[in-house]
Design a protein around this ligand. Structure first.
Ligand code: NDP
Length: 248
């Protein structure tokens, strides 16, 4: 069964990690996929080819999710190329970890722009076309850190908590238009982002995860398939943790 047949998805940050896994699962479920990247052009080409090998239409676009102008231009090009957008996955994200005593203004601004302003930038552009299309699903990738906070990640936690408040507000504003907006809060997922963590931090996380292992990108992607598809047609404004029980 193809859960996303005939749907068009736009996924930010699809060249690597969780975003690439979402793009692949969506393609496997029959969606046509537009995705973005910031600088990994070669990796994006490889992802594009892998998606196309599933028999769907796929294209990667270089676009900084933190830029309002670039997001506006992106959505108009994607609409021209694909005709519509049924699902938006705001996945692009970065970390610039530091204790508050040492955190710089640049570290704060970079994380807020890429992780939080991006959500506004892209949502703002897709809601009109989605309304015209009589509905849509917006999936915002937060983090359990947005719910719990984390020492050394005040910028990241603030951006991820902001995503939750934003998404619940959009769910309330747009529900009557059949436009749904939900959040996924991943725990500790194996990607380049978590590769950067030192072994001691990783061991501490593992110890606290009831399932005693890191998660995989495809496990986050499966939750996105649910929220992007009609299986979740009466689900909006919710935060779904995909964290092996860490946030319990
Ligand atoms: P990665 O660092 O592996 O990949 C990040 C992706 O985002 C890349 O495709 C990157 O593009 C893209 N990206 C970064 N900045 C921008 C930008 N300004 N505009 C467009 N694209 C951008 O991250 P993960 O896959 O680990 O994380 C994906 C999301 O999941 C993030 O929002 C993250 O906060 C969240 N998350 C991750 C967890 C984890 O354990 N990994 C846990 C909880 C949440 P490029 O390749 O060009 O740099």
């Amino acid at each position: 069964m193809s859960l996303l047949a005939d749907k068009v998805a736009l996924i930010t940050g699809g060249s690597r990690g969780i975003g690439a896994a979402i793009a692949l699962r969506f393609a496997e479920e029959g969606a046509n996929v537009a995705f973005t990247y910031r600088s990994s052009a070669e990796q994006a080409k490889a992802v594009e080819a892998e998606l196309q090998s599933k028999g769907i239409t796929a294209k990667g676009y270089q676009s900084d999710a933190g830029s309002f102008e670039q997001s506006e231009a992106l959505v108009s090009v994607v609409l021209a190329d694909f005709g519509k957008i049924d699902i938006l996955v705001n996945n692009a994200g970065i970390t610039r970890d530091n204790l508050m005593l040492r955190m710089t203004e640049d570290q704060w601004d970079a994380v807020i722009a890429t992780n939080l302003k991006s959500i506004f930038n892209l949502t703002k552009q897709v809601i009109r076309p989605m309304m015209k299309n009589r509905g849509g699903s917006i999936i915002n990738i937060s983090s359990i850190v947005g719910v719990t906070g984390n020492a050394g990640q005040a910028n990241y936690a603030a951006s991820k908590a902001g995503i939750i408040g934003f998404s619940k507000s959009i769910a309330k504003e747009m529900g009557s238009r059949n436009l749904r907006c939900n959040v996924i809060a991943p725990g500790f997922i194996e990607t380049d982002m978590t590769d950067e963590l030192d072994e001691k931090t990783k061991a501490e996380y593992l110890n606290n995860i009831p399932m005693k292992r890191l998660g995989r990108g495809d496990e986050v992607a499966n939750a996105c398939v649910f929220l992007g598809s009609d299986l979740s047609s009466y689900v909006t404004g919710q935060v779904l943790s995909v964290c092996g029980g860490l946030n319990t």
